[in-house]
Design a protein around this ligand. Structure first.
Ligand SMILES: Cc1cc2nc3c(=O)[nH]c(=O)nc-3n(C[C@H](O)[C@H](O)[C@H](O)COP(=O)(O)O)c2cc1C
Length: 208
């Protein structure tokens, strides 16, 4: 099949959807500590990742990849986080270190979206990182549409070289986000949103 063709399973799907607009209008992140079990099943997770990977991508480079943390792997990884944290903060008390060890236990599934820009091509690296950000956002939307809650976090460990090295990131790879996914445990409240009028200008070409 020509890669530009709409896949056959799309059938007569009509993209015009007031429900999609309503979701986008009202979607909220759910703080990681309010994300309980169950998390998405394997097929649901695969769907979330597939939708995540279906983003604008200049040059069709797929300049991102996913690392899934679930089950015991979350605890094992937490031990590493706690060790790195304790090394940097030797004065931290046991409770604080335990908090770090439990970070990934806040949700049943955590997916690291790794921005993995290709440097042997003319597409600017910045654009490749932007595409990775779009992956994270698509995942939030997909998880929300499936009835789950999700939060996009970086926190300190996304930027700590000992953590990213432990995860196997190469020199030019960066964490776009850790997407925490689970079942929402607490009611959601709206947060303050920016006033659109303060953000929008209209270009007046001949104003000089
Ligand atoms: C790249 C990125 C990194 C983020 N990292 C954090 C973080 O480390 N800690 C945090 O509290 N919120 C972080 N956030 C914010 C939350 O994901 C989210 O925007 C916030 O909870 C409100 O979300 P909502 O407007 O989707 O409801 C980050 C957002 C982005 C886009």
């Amino acid at each position: 099949m020509d890669s530009n063709q709409i896949p056959p399973e799309s059938g007569a799907f009509n993209p015009q959807s007031s429900e999609t607009l309503q979701l986008l209008r009202s979607r909220r992140s759910v703080v990681a500590k309010s994300l309980g079990a169950p998390g998405p099943s394997e097929p649901e997770l695969k769907e979330i990742l597939s939708i995540g990977a279906r983003v604008p991508d200049h040059g069709k480079l797929a300049p991102w990849r996913f690392v899934i943390f679930d089950g015991d792997a979350r605890r094992t990884f937490g031990k590493k986080l706690a060790a790195v944290f304790a090394e940097d903060e030797p004065a931290a008390d046991a409770e604080r270190v335990a908090y770090e060890a439990n970070r990934f236990m806040r949700a049943p599934i955590v997916v690291a979206v790794v921005s993995s820009p290709k440097t042997d091509c003319p597409i600017p690296v910045w654009e490749q990182h932007l595409s990775a950000a779009a992956v994270c956002q698509n995942m939030l939307i997909a998880a929300t549409a499936m009835g789950y809650g999700a939060q996009w976090l970086t926190e300190w460990y996304a930027y700590h070289s000992k953590v990213t090295e432990h995860m196997g990131l190469s020199g030019n790879e960066r964490i776009a986000g850790f997407v925490y996914i689970g079942t929402t445990q607490a009611p959601l409240k709206e947060r303050v949103r920016p006033e659109l009028d303060r953000l929008v200008t209209r270009w007046i070409k001949n104003a000089d």
